[in-house]
Design a protein. Structure first.
Length: 252
């Protein structure tokens, strides 16, 4: 069943509670060796709507009119409201051995013997809060598990951490090639600051002149601003010829 709540959503005061960044969640898993995943059953239907707001969810079918007593998909504040609930419920254990993303719960442990205690705590909380899981979608005590579109394992295989891209803004389309290359480096440092700030690392580019960016004298105001930004990082820019980039793909 699909209900069009667009008119209601337009006049709803938005819940500003933020959803966590998925890459930030996975940063917590360093050193974990055993995992269990719990998926809640019809999660949104486990949270009641305030009595005075029930009438706002009214919808019509060919049989009669109905109202939701619990929150429903399609309401603008549904994800934020449920995320707030879950974070409140598990707050003492977040960043320790629990990751929560809306209705997906990952329990992880760095010592196998501790995992039974961690599971007991999480399942106990769900029971006391009357939050019900769908057993067929739960997995327990695994060394490799699929979670939020990723495969998490104790081996920690070296894979791409993340991808990023964006369209050029209107004014950026007039930038010369050199400035576009430098803008790409600045863009990468901004979105991956939580990985890069305070550590030494290298940036590989197929644009040779970027190597000499820190020693150039004839910089315009935009370039000077970017160089000042780069000085906050311990970065070395290395030239890597495009012809030698044998692992390049359609995204390169």
């Amino acid at each position: 069943m699909c209900i069009d709540y667009r008119q209601l959503n337009r006049v709803t005061i938005r819940n500003k509670y933020h959803l966590p960044r998925i890459d930030d969640l996975f940063d917590q898993l360093q050193g974990a060796i055993v995992f269990s995943k719990i998926d809640l059953r019809s999660c949104y239907h486990q949270l009641k709507i305030r009595t005075e707001d029930v009438s706002k969810t009214t919808f019509r079918t060919r049989y009669m009119h109905y109202e939701f007593l619990v929150i429903s998909c399609g309401l603008t504040n549904t994800p934020a409201a449920f995320m707030s609930l879950m974070n409140g419920v598990f707050n003492p254990f977040l960043d320790s051995f629990v990751i929560v993303f809306i209705d997906d719960i990952l329990v992880y442990s760095k010592i196998e013997k501790e995992h039974v205690d961690h599971l007991r705590i999480v399942l106990g909380i769900l029971g006391r809060q009357k939050l019900y899981a769908k057993f067929s979608k739960c997995e327990f005590w695994l060394t490799s598990i699929a979670f939020l579109g990723n495969v998490v394992s104790k081996e920690g295989d070296k894979n791409v951490i993340t991808y990023a891209s964006r369209q050029l803004k209107v004014h950026e389309r007039n930038y010369p090639t050199h400035d576009l290359e430098l803008a790409a480096v600045v863009f990468a440092l901004k979105i991956w600051r939580h990985y890069l700030y305070g550590v030494k690392y290298e940036v590989f580019t197929d644009h040779r002149s970027l190597q000499h960016e820190f020693t150039r004298k004839d910089l315009n105001l935009r370039q000077r601003r970017w160089i000042e930004f780069l000085k906050d990082y311990d970065v070395t820019i290395q030239y890597h010829p495009g012809k030698a980039n044998v692992v390049a793909d359609a995204l390169s």
